[in-house]
Design a protein around this ligand. Sequence first.
Ligand SMILES: NC(=O)c1ccc[n+]([C@@H]2O[C@H](COP(=O)([O-])OP(=O)(O)OC[C@H]3O[C@@H](n4cnc5c(N)ncnc54)[C@H](O)[C@@H]3O)[C@@H](O)[C@H]2O)c1
Length: 338
Amino acid sequence: MTESRLKLALVGCGGIAQAHWRGIQNVATRVDVTAVVDTHGPAVTAMAEQTGATGFADLKSALAQGDFDAVDIMLPHDLHEEAALACFDAGKHVLLEKPMAHDLASCERILKAASDVSTVFMIAEQAQYWTDVIRARQLIDEGAIGSVINASGSFHDRVTLNPDAPAPWRFSLARSGGGLSIDGGAHWIRPLRMMMGEIDEVIAVMGHHVPRMEGESWSQALFRFENGTTATFTALNVMTAAAPVEMFRVTGTDGELQITGGRNGELLLFNGEHPRGQVVMSATEGKMNSYGAEIKDFSEVVLDGATMAAPPEFSLGEFRTAKAMYRSVESGRWEKVW
Ligand SMILES: NC(=O)c1ccc[n+]([C@@H]2O[C@H](COP(=O)([O-])OP(=O)(O)OC[C@H]3O[C@@H](n4cnc5c(N)ncnc54)[C@H](O)[C@@H]3O)[C@@H](O)[C@H]2O)c1
């Protein structure tokens, strides 16, 4: 593209659209939101007011009448394929929220459609831009903790229940494709892959403690990476209160890296030089800005021909890990990811 700014339509004006909009205002500053789309009237009205964009009640009319070159699709998982394919057909660049879809066949059809057009396709996975995880990988590569042995990732996600309202779409297996592991769990599986390498196989247990949620509301798994290292993975929906969690720990022969959670999260290095631990950096700002960073990356790929941080196929790693966890619960055995 020869333009220096990107006209973007926000498709789906629910929870995550707010984080994307903040990221556009604060970080992805070459993006102009010119259209917003949602079938829920109050949601589209509110987003049109916030952004100053034209509101549309459905994607079809936005594609027919809207003024934009790219879309940011933030819809329930079972609607990703139809929306992405319609946007490819209309010649739009597509940023699609994770997971790519609710089932693998749908992901494959989306990837095929993307390969048949010349517009940009990217999956929005903000963890790819977490600066603490990027720095941790650099420290591992520099040998700061020796040879990596194993790791852990712990994910807690608050769920707010309204017993009088219909169950949210993500509580339906048919709509979401799984429970917490395929959904928010992706943001913990991606960093583990960034720090440790590709996952080869998994063994998992999971359960259901959130009323009306068909998919799992907690899971624990052991991942074995292709390089022979391992990691434990924990995902938990929190309904009331929970103790603070350590987000990640990577253990090596000569030390450890730890990424603490919460508002004041930090990347810490423990090794012979720093036996009591050294604060390498704050983990907070990079996480806060990561939605903006992913949209900025997308805009630079479209506008400048830059190379995206991770191609869309890479996001199949989280997707396939979660699906392998579901197979493992059925079989009671290790299951291959790829
Ligand atoms: N990256 C992250 O941290 C993160 C966090 C939350 C959600 N997500 C992802 O974002 C996507 C949306 O999740 P959410 O939590 O914002 O969901 P949500 O339910 O809050 O919002 C979805 C919106 O889509 C609208 N919608 C439904 N069907 C539509 C249609 N056919 N056309 C237009 N609008 C339609 C709904 O009215 C709703 O406003 C999912 O892929 C989810 O996994 C990512």
